[in-house]
Design a protein around this ligand. Structure first.
Ligand code: RET
Length: 237
């Protein structure tokens, strides 16, 4: 695999991490979101550097390359992104145990989704590949259910502006995250309809949207919500 995509990924993610931190809110209750969103591309930059240098690029007997760093990245970055949304839904209110329960459930489902996706990519028999792929999709649907069901209902009780920010973030996140299993399915790990370089570029574009574009989008939504709720005099700010 050509190193260009990985080095581009490394550069974009490293710069984005700094820019997200530099431009993000530094006061409560924005600062913790800024820190979380800046840490996500830093992790991704590390993963792209590893892939560029060939660390963890596993060549299977069937000729397919599995990039272990990609799964290591996702298993850390996706919980951070989801934790940010859970915190936004609660927005500094609610009982600690209640938020802890949602954080645990959504992170468990999410990490299981990534691990079983990795097992699917490594599986040799096509039956095993499908079983693990479908199990990963089941975990993904669990994540989507929590975001659109109970967490959306909780966000709706935090004032109109905060609820709107939550709904916008969840809508973008859901659309982008749904494309990952599709790229995986048509890629070398699945039906082999696209080549390895095409799949690497596709995941790179998705990663930039899901980590970098999303960070700016979410920061903008939070900023608007905080200024609106201050204006409306609600509990939001
Ligand atoms: C896999 C393969 C098996 C089925 C499913 C998957 C879902 C992956 C997702 C990844 C999201 C990654 C993000 C990274 C950015 O930080 C593992 C591809 C359901 C949703 C958003």
């Amino acid at each position: 695999m050509d190193q260009t995509a990985f080095m581009i990924g490394f550069s974009i993610m490293a710069i984005a991490s700094l820019v997200i931190y530099a431009t993000g809110g530094k006061q409560f209750p924005s600062r913790h979101h800024t820190l979380m969103h800046a840490s996500v591309p830093f992790i991704a930059a590390t993963a792209y550097l590893a892939m560029a240098m060939g660390f963890g690029n596993l060549q299977l007997d069937n000729g397919v390359t599995v990039y272990l760093a990609r799964y290591a990245d996702w298993s850390v970055t996706t919980p951070i992104l989801l934790a940010g949304l859970v915190m936004l839904a609660f927005h500094e209110e609610g009982k600690p145990g209640e938020m802890g329960g949602f954080l645990t459930a959504i992170i468990v489902l999410d990490v299981m989704m990534i691990i079983t996706g990795l097992i699917s990519s490594l599986a040799e028999s096509s039956v095993a590949k499908w079983v693990w792929y479908l199990w990963s999709c089941a975990a993904f649907l669990g994540v989507v259910y929590l975001l659109w069901g109970p967490l959306r209902a909780i966000a709706a009780t935090r004032g109109r502006a905060m609820a709107a920010a939550y709904n916008k973030d969840v809508a973008l996140l859901t659309v982008v995250w749904f494309i990952y299993p599709i790229v995986f399915l048509v890629g070398p790990e699945g039906l082999r309809m696209i080549t390895d370089p095409t799949s690497v570029w596709a995941f790179l574009i998705l990663d930039v949207i899901a980590k970098v574009f999303y960070a700016f989008y979410a920061a903008g939504n939070l900023k608007n919500a905080l200024s609106q709720s201050r204006y409306e005099g609600s509990a939001g700010a």
